[in-house]
Design a protein around this ligand. Structure first.
Ligand SMILES: [Zn+2]
Length: 125
């Protein structure tokens, strides 16, 4: 492994670790606010509209939590690939992922071409 690659990877690693801390802090906060919501539900709530509002807020928080957890998994995965020396290689075609793409999104698993193909598969036509 050349010096320049390990230098670049150590920067990516630092970025990924910082992102992981951010996500963990955010997930903690979301969880804490959800616990708050649950305890206030114990209070007497007879107004149906209040219940619906609470429900919607919980759902919104859950989807935020879901997104954070998804990204956390992607970041953890990228750190693992970094440790294995597979980082920066497309999971589908095995080609090197464009450096600009990795800088924009260090947890990227696929090259642009494969990512587009992957997303087209997921979008119902
Ligand atoms: Zn690819």
């Amino acid at each position: 492994m050349s010096q320049s690659i390990s230098y670049k990877q150590s920067r990516q690693r630092k970025w990924l670790l910082a992102r992981r801390d951010d996500l963990l802090a955010q997930i903690d906060m979301t969880r804490a606010s959800r616990l708050g919501g649950e305890s206030s539900r114990n209070a007497e709530t007879t107004d149906f509209k209040d219940l619906v509002d609470q429900q919607q807020q919980t759902t919104l928080r859950d989807s935020e939590l879901g997104r954070d957890l998804d990204e956390l998994v992607a970041v953890e995965d990228a750190l693992q690939r970094l440790a294995d020396g597979r980082y920066g290689l497309c999971a589908d075609c095995g080609e090197a992922i464009d450096v600009r793409r990795l800088l924009a999104y260090p947890a990227a698993v696929r090259c642009v071409t494969c990512q587009i193909a992957f997303e087209n598969l997921r979008v119902p036509k």
